[in-house]
Design a protein around this ligand. Structure first.
Ligand code: GTP
Ligand code: MG
Length: 357
């Protein structure tokens, strides 16, 4: 490209990066909101302990991994440190009754769901203009670990990683492609797509692969396995920050433009599996693709249109809810975003507004 075009591109990405930071900062939760949520967690923990004295209530998901937006829901996990405990289904039912009696929450116990949870919500009030939505699950230790993994990735390069993830969360919500119940992808799925891209697609990589780094000291199997799954990853972030300097100096805007282009055009949706643990895998090698249509294979195929391997539960496709139509819509949105950013409107702020229309 001639020097004129190169300059105009440079101006565009610099200004788009600045706009992205400003945009995302406005959407971060306030200190007040964080404090109210912590109070709610403590209150709920106190109540749960009247049923299970040896329990702890821990926060996971976006409130705990640094990727939360204003008014995002609270994901809570109850761990019980005693051997004799009630089943998750019984706990859900009992806790549901208790919360109904003792609090102002709207309570919906789901004891028979794949993962039994209690759903809670609080109506908006003057002190809490947007209300609160909260799910409480039990013994979901893998979710606590994957939350910690995402948090570590965020901490290695907070500016670029958090800005990209938070922007994509807003974008996917505004474009209505963030709803597993309607055949599109969960927030967790989008975060994994971003990390996969920064670890395995970008060259030089923006992030190291925390699950493949050599441990500092020998580790035993008991220390690293949760429910039969290897959850070890390099988590000494202080050390990493000293040692890991990525030689990739691209701005957030350049990374975002590339992200959209990659998922619009280059990712092999038909045969590929995005794995942050192991890079690009084949559906075949995981038994996630069957060429036979109909019969008992039909279901497997329908579930594996888009394949994203969970970092620890490696036989689990995080994107299993994405339908054929859902994937078509998501890819269409990646293409649309790519197109908008390629035309480089005069002002970056206009591009952002258009992206999230
Ligand atoms: P928002 O609620 O939109 O702010 O996003 P979030 O980051 O909280 O993501 P989401 O609510 O989709 O998921 C919350 C947490 O649940 C994630 O951080 C994971 O720990 C866990 N989780 C969600 N979906 C899955 C899944 O399909 N598999 C596994 N193993 N864990 C999941
Ligand atoms: Mg959440």
């Amino acid at each position: 490209p001639g020097p004129e075009r190169k300059n105009s591109r440079q101006r565009f990405v610099v200004s788009l990066s600045a706009c992205l930071f400003d945009f995302v900062i406005q959407l971060l939760p306030t200190a007040d909101e964080m404090a109210v949520k912590e109070d709610v967690r403590k209150l709920l923990e106190r109540l749960i302990r009247t049923i299970e004295p040896d329990s702890r209530l821990l926060s996971f998901g976006s409130t705990a991994n640094g990727f939360s937006l204003r008014n995002s829901d609270m994901d809570l996990c109850c761990l019980i440190d005693s051997d004799e405990r009630l089943s998750a289904a019984d706990l859900v039912t009992m806790l549901g009754d208790l919360l109904e009696r003792e609090t102002k929450f709207h309570v919906k116990p789901l004891p028979h769901a794949r993962i039994p949870i209690v759903k809670l919500s609080l109506d908006p009030s003057p002190g809490l203009p947007l209300g609160i939505a909260c799910d409480i699950g039990f013994e979901n230790r893998l979710a606590l670990e994957n939350t910690r993994l995402l948090m570590c990735y965020a901490m290695i390069d907070p500016t670029r990683v958090r800005t990209m993830v938070l922007f994509l969360k807003v974008w996917s919500k505004r474009r209505k492609i963030n709803s597993p119940y309607q055949g599109t992808l969960s927030s967790y799925g989008y975060v994994l797509l971003v990390i996969y891209f920064l670890v395995h697609v970008k060259n030089p990589p923006v992030l190291p692969n925390l699950q493949q780094m050599p441990p500092l000291r020998p580790i035993s199997k008991e220390d690293t396995h949760v429910g039969g799954h290897n959850t070890w990853f390099f988590d000494d972030i202080e050390l990493l920050r000293q040692r890991w300097g990525s030689s990739n100096m691209e701005t957030v805007a350049e990374l975002l433009i590339d992200f959209f282009r990659y998922y619009a055009r280059d990712f092999s949706y038909n045969t590929g599996v995005a794995s942050i643990r192991a890079g690009l895998l084949k559906k075949e090698s995981k038994g996630w693709q069957n060429d036979l249509t109909g019969g008992r294979y039909h279901d497997a195929r329908e579930r594996n249109r888009l394949c994203i391997e969970d970092p620890f539960e490696t036989d689990f496709n995080v994107a299993r809810c994405v339908t054929k139509d859902g994937l078509y819509t998501i890819r269409g949105e990646f293409m649309r975003a790519s197109r908008i950013l390629a035309t480089r409107p005069e002002r970056a702020i206009v591009a952002l507004a258009q992206l999230c229309e």
